[in-house]
Write a protein that binds this ligand. Structure first.
Ligand SMILES: N[C@@H](CCC(=O)N[C@@H](CS)C(=O)NCC(=O)O)C(=O)O
Length: 349
């Protein structure tokens, strides 16, 4: 792929311009570090190493046979299909809120698909790229229904359970100050312990992303005893993330998400993709499915990569329906843009 990229750049005149402009400065510097090649490393190893949540219903959790499943897990599976045409060529590494960033920085995982909010500092000084937003979310509060409150503004004087190393902890402080609310934080590192503390009544409220609240509520012995308050105090755009400095791998993650979105927009599903491959004459469908345009090759993949993802994993709507609808999460802002939502794939061309 490298010669092709260089040739493309040359054709655009970019190499000549960059070289001439940068020469005096570059002469003073050591040779640049070679670009990271996560795709090459994954291929050589034969497995994608994917960081996921330690256990969040609907997003990432082992089933009774120990197989990981969930909405975020489908992203690991989809990338494995893009690379190997095999959704099972994944090793899952459970990551806590605290250790997820060092795990990716140190190379312990190739990527993480783990309910992580895009923020400027994570995207820059922490050294990551967030190629896609797979779930638009916001932070909320859950209380016992028996507390008898209907708004977070009634939490003045409350004890609030929260996990460290999260945007949650920071937003809680900002929100309380702005809303003039006094609270006592109970900060607990492990998710099962923070949820356990809330369930045992050690705090009046548990705060995290609304999706995390829905997941936690669904896993309680009696979900009806818990109420998610209507207040949403922040923006939490969640998405898979990769190490900065490897644009080819970031592109694969970005376009894997876009392929699942575009398939939904075009009405192509795991059930009808074979038929679409034979009969769908729409130009964008033909490019998405790899019959025209050579888009897969531009990513360093097989041209059938997206058709394979749709067949073996499904489109965005299918994975949402499979994992998030059962825990009561609606499409809301994650509807397609054609239905008034924010999920929007750029063109496949
Ligand atoms: N989106 C927020 C919060 C993400 C987060 O880690 N949430 C908690 C509560 S739902 C979680 O997933 N914990 C699992 C764990 O730490 O193992 C962030 O990126 O900071």
């Amino acid at each position: 792929m490298k010669p092709l990229r260089l040739a493309t750049l040359r054709a655009l005149g970019a190499v000549a311009i960059a070289t001439a402009a940068a020469l005096p400065a570059m002469a003073q510097q050591a040779a640049p570090a070679p670009a990271a090649d996560t795709l090459g490393a994954i291929r050589a190893r034969g497995t994608l190493i994917c960081g996921v949540n330690t256990g969040l219903a609907g997003f990432a959790q082992p089933n009774s046979q120990g197989a990981w499943q969930g909405f975020d897990v489908e992203y690991c599976r989809a990338i494995a299909v893009a690379i190997f045409n095999d959704p099972d060529k994944v090793r899952y590494v459970p990551l806590t809120a605290q250790n997820r960033f060092t795990a990716l920085q140190s190379g312990e995982v190739d990527m993480a698909a783990r309910n992580t909010t895009v923020t400027l500092s994570r995207d820059t000084s922490l050294g990551f790229d967030f190629p896609a937003i797979n779930f638009y979310d916001g932070q909320g509060f859950m209380v016992k229904a028996s507390l008898g409150i209907s708004s977070a503004k009634e939490l003045n004087g409350a004890t609030i359970c929260v996990q460290p190393g999260t945007t949650t902890e920071q937003n809680l402080t900002d929100w309380a100050r702005a809303a003039n609310i006094q609270f006592t934080p109970v900060v607990i590192e492990r998710v099962e312990e923070v949820v356990g503390a809330y369930a045992a009544g050690r705090c009046d409220a548990y705060t995290t992303d609304v999706s995390g609240l829905a997941a936690t509520r669904s896993a309680q012995p009696n979900p009806a005893e818990h109420q998610i308050l209507p207040d949403v105090i922040s923006k939490e755009p969640l998405g898979p993330f990769v190490r900065q400095g490897d644009p080819r791998f970031a592109d694969i993650v970005r376009w894997t998400h876009n392929a699942m979105l575009a398939a939904e927009e075009l009405g192509i599903t795991s059930a009808n993709v074979d038929e679409a491959l034979g009969a769908d004459a729409r130009p964008e469908a033909q490019r998405l499915l790899g019959k025209n345009g050579g888009l897969g090759q531009m990513l360093g993949l097989d041209n059938a990569w997206a058709a394979n993802i749709i067949k073996k994993v499904g489109n965005y709507g299918e994975i949402f329906q499979r994992h998030l609808a059962p825990i009561g999460i609606q499409r809301g802002p994650n509807a397609q843009w054609t239905n008034g939502g924010l999920q929007f794939s750029p063109p496949f061309r």
